[in-house]
Write a protein that binds this ligand. Structure first.
Ligand SMILES: N[C@@H](CCC(=O)N[C@@H](CS)C(=O)NCC(=O)O)C(=O)O
Length: 221
C-alpha cells in the first residue's frame, strides 16, 4: 500500500492525490508538515519537502517525479500526451504552474493566511495578499488565453498541466486568493475538474484552523 506524506493545503501533494485518483491508485494519507517533525521528513526526502510517497520498499519524492513514475507504470488515464510535442507542452505548463503560480500566488497566500495563522500566530501582511491577488489575476488571464486555443491547457486531452494548475488553484481558492469574476473560460474549465470524482476528496479536505470560503467546494461558484 502506498502512503502519501502530505498536508491538506500542500498544492504539490494535491497534484499527486488528484493524478493517482485519476489512475485508480489507492493511497493512504499520512499527515506531516515541513514545519514540524522535520527530521522524519528529511529522513525520507533530503529536501525536507512534502509530498513523499512510499510503500516501505520504494520512496518517491517531488510531485513531478511521482506523476511521471505513475504515468510510466500505470496505463490508465495517461497524463502526458501521445506525441512528443504535446508532452513537451504539458511539462512546460506543469513547470509554469508549479514555479510561477506557486511562487507568486500560492506560496504567499500559504504564508500569510495559513502559516502565520496556524504556526506563528502573526497577523497577515495585507500588502503581500494584495500582490498575490494581482498575480492571480495575471495567471487567470494566461489560463484564459490557453483555453482559447485548446480544450485542455496543453492540448486536446486532459493531462499533467491541468492536474498541476488545478492543484495550485484549489489551494489559492481555499485561501480566498482567486477572483473568478470575468474569467468564464477558466471558471468553466475549473468547474469541469471540480466535478471529477478524483477531485472531490481534495475539496472535502480541510486544514485545521483555516476555513475556506463557502463557494470553495461548490460546483456552481
Ligand atoms: N518541487 C517540489 C516542491 C515541494 C514543496 O515546495 N513543498 C512545500 C510544501 S507545499 C514544502 O515542503 N516546503 C518546505 C520547504 O521547502 O522547506 C515538488 O514538486 O514536490
Amino acid at each position: 500500500m502506498w502512503r502519501l506524506h502530505q498536508f491538506p493545503l500542500c498544492p504539490f501533494s494535491r497534484a499527486v492525490r488528484f493524478a493517482l485518483a485519476e489512475k485508480g491508485v489507492v493511497v493512504e494519507l499520512v499527515p506531516v508538515t515541513p514545519w514540524g517533525g522535520r527530521d522524519a521528513l528529511v529522513a525520507m526526502n533530503p529536501a525536507g519537502q512534502t509530498p513523499v510517497l512510499e510503500n516501505g520498499t520504494l520512496t518517491l519524492c517531488d510531485s513531478m517525479a511521482i506523476l511521471e513514475y505513475f504515468d510510466e507504470t500505470v496505463e490508465r488515464a495517461p497524463l502526458l500526451g501521445a506525441g512528443a510535442a504535446e508532452r513537451a507542452e504539458g511539462r512546460r505548463l506543469a513547470a509554469w504552474f508549479a514555479q510561477r503560480f506557486y511562487g507568486e500566488v500560492t506560496a504567499p497566500l500559504l504564508r500569510e493566511r495559513m502559516y502565520k495563522r496556524v504556526v506563528t500566530r502573526e497577523p497577515p501582511d495585507g500588502n503581500a495578499i494584495r500582490l498575490a491577488g494581482r498575480a492571480a489575476e495575471v495567471q487567470l488571464q494566461y489560463l484564459e488565453y490557453l483555453l482559447d486555443h485548446n480544450r485542455w491547457l496543453a492540448g486536446p486531452t486532459f493531462g499533467v498541466a491541468d492536474v498541476v494548475a488545478a492543484a495550485q488553484i484549489s489551494v489559492a481558492d481555499y485561501l480566498m486568493g482567486i477572483e473568478w469574476g470575468g474569467h468564464e473560460a477558466a471558471r468553466t474549465w475549473y468547474s469541469a475538474l471540480k466535478s471529477r470524482p478524483s477531485f472531490r476528496s481534495l475539496l472535502s479536505d480541510r486544514m485545521e484552523g483555516v476555513r475556506p470560503p463557502p463557494h470553495y467546494d461548490q460546483l456552481d461558484f
